[in-house]
Write a protein that binds this ligand. Structure first.
Ligand code: NAD
Length: 516
């Protein structure tokens, strides 16, 4: 695949589209063996088999079978990662980059295959799945480039108070990291955390989501193949496998997932004799603020793309709009018109803009939210399950007239569901925008420079966009935007994809040595 995609891409060449369809069919019907763990460089087929079904089909179409790790399997994977720490950290940054560049090349060669597996397991549209496979490559590249630019392990020569001494400050790896990934970017986010941990000099035990085990296994297999045995291990399974990993002898955890799980991990790992690092990137309730002078066509497009792309299952999805009353009705009509044009379909349909949600639990969450919206507000578009589609499909839904502070405007739903709140001034809009515990991404649409400046100064979010038609709150890309969650959305104050992420996987050591 020579064509380069990102999350703002709107079309594919016919060749790439056809190649994707073959890869999707292979992933669905390829009669693949159950997914195994990887420990110390080799496959391990232990533990009961669990299954994952295609969310874009009637119940019963199993796309993946996988072995669920037992406590013993987790223990062995962690022991392998701990044993490999010394050798891996002894390499220079440049040597580690060489290993990871091999993975980068293989990811590049296998992008369409990876996209097919992602799409089979999550129901992602072809543009979203191929975009994710492309991001996998760019994530490794971005972090490898950063290490190349700091060849001496981020070492800083310090001042000296004694002519007989030299003082150096450096960043050193923690040791072995447990890496726990979510379902919605099942390849890219496992690669994001694992590649950063590895390039920083840590070894890894990766636990992908049980809702996309083959996606995690595929990228885990590639990463493991190009590093020494034990440096990258993979264990598969449900929440309890992540829990066992977090409670094990790892030196730190990198987690991407929901805020409830992430903050529990942080509290639990702080409760031992000393706090281990937990780099947690979590959910969002991302807002688009629309001022009275905004270009409403651009706002409607940016909001609709961010609210409904990937069926609202991006951590950066726009799930709230706060708009000035002077343009409220006009904006709502324009968003509703875009919803009416959206194609909701399975990924084999080349026109699909959004696909299914991930499982029956998400559908039940949608049905409850729609009921609540009907009772306490007004549904302007969607609000039901579509006719004639088998699988976990729900309509893109636009809701207005909810009372200020309503739970649908505060809690993350992770669905194609957006609320619009009407206010009478830009300052009120900013206050309402900040009135959630989350602080991941946010966008503003305005033609007034003062409003844009006020937004940038006051908004509590780590990823912000101004007048962005291609996505009001979504579309961050490695090396272009960083992806930092504030408040309940992140624990470290530094984001993946950006210039400070790698350093989170290292701790500082000051070295004072005699002049020889
Ligand atoms: P989740 O929290 O349910 O699961 C994430 C991972 O944690 C899975 O591998 C799961 O098996 C594991 N897990 C669950 N309970 C655990 C426990 N008690 N101990 C250890 N591990 C446990 O999240 P999800 O549904 O897979 O993903 C969606 C969530 O992730 C949303 O909230 C979304 O906003 C968030 N997310 C955030 C970012 C970001 O960068 N900020 C990116 C993607 C997704």
């Amino acid at each position: 695949m020579s064509e380069r995609l990102n999350y703002a891409s709107k079309a594919l060449t016919p060749d790439l589209s056809a190649a994707f369809e073959l890869a999707l069919a292979d992933a669905r019907d390829g009669d693949l063996a159950p997914v195994q763990h990887v420990i110390d460089g080799g496959p391990v087929a232990e533990g009961e088999i669990f299954t994952w079904e295609d969310p874009a089909a009637a119940p019963g179409r199993v796309v993946t079978e996988a072995h669920a790790a037992t406590p013993d399997v987790v223990g062995r994977a962690v022991a392998a990662a701990r044993a490999a720490r010394k050798g891996w950290r002894a390499l220079t940054g440049a040597e580690r980059v060489e290993h990871l560049r091999c993975s980068q090349r293989e990811f590049d060669e296998r992008k369409v295959e990876i996209a097919g597996v992602i799409s089979a397991e999550t129901g992602k549209s072809r543009l979203e799945a191929l975009g994710e496979a492309e991001e996998v490559v760019d994530l490794v590249k971005t972090y490898a480039d950063q290490v190349e630019q700091s060849p001496e392990s981020f070492a800083t020569r310090m001042n000296t108070a004694d002519p007989g001494e030299t003082n150096t400050d450096l960043l050193r790896p923690y040791g072995a990291f447990g890496v726990i990934g979510p379902f919605n970017f099942p390849a890219a986010l496992c690669v994001n955390m694992s590649a950063a941990a590895l390039l920083a000099g840590n070894t890894v035990v990766l636990k992908p989501s049980a809702k996309a085990p083959r996606s995690g296994a595929l990228i885990g297999e590639v990463l493991a193949k190009h590093v020494p045995a034990g440096v990258l291990n993979v264990v598969q399974g449900h929440a309890y496998v992540g829990q066992a990993l977090a409670e094990s002898d790892v030196d730190g955890i990198a987690f991407t997932g929901s805020a409830g799980v992430g903050w529990d991990l942080l509290r639990n790992l702080a409760a031992g004799p000393y706090a281990k690092p937990v780099l947690a990137e979590m959910g969002g309730k991302n807002v688009a603020v629309v001022g009275r002078t905004a270009d409403l066509e651009a706002a409607a497009e940016g909001i609709a793309r961010s609210a409904f792309g990937l069926s609202g299952q991006k951590c950066s999805a726009c799930s709230r709009v706060v708009v000035h009353s002077a343009v409220h009705d006009d904006l709502v009509d324009r968003i509703a018109a875009r919803v009416a044009e959206m194609s909701l379909a399975a990924p084999e349909d080349p026109g699909a803009f959004l696909g299914p949600v991930i499982d029956g639990v998400a559908v039940a969450r949608f049905e409850r939210a729609a009921e609540l919206a009907k009772k306490d507000g007004r549904i302007n578009a969607g609000g039901a399950r579509p006719q004639g589609l088998e699988g976990h499909f729900v309509q893109p839904t636009l809701v207005t007239d909810l009372p200020l502070g309503h739970e649908l405007t505060r809690e993350e739903l992770f669905l194609p569901f957006v609320t619009v709140t009407c206010v009478d001034s830009f300052q009120e809009a900013l206050d309402e925008a900040n009135a959630t515990n989350y602080g991941l991404s946010a966008g503003v649409f305005s033609r007034e420079q003062q409003e844009i400046d006020d937004f940038l100064d006051q908004i509590d979010a780590g990823v912000v966009y101004v007048n962005r038609r291609s996505g009001a709150t979504t579309g961050a890309w490695p090396g272009i935007q960083s992806f930092c969650g504030w408040k309940a959305s992140g624990s470290s104050g530094k984001g993946g994809l950006g210039p400070w992420y790698l350093q989170g996987f290292m701790r500082e050591q000051s070295r004072t040595l005699p002049v020889s």
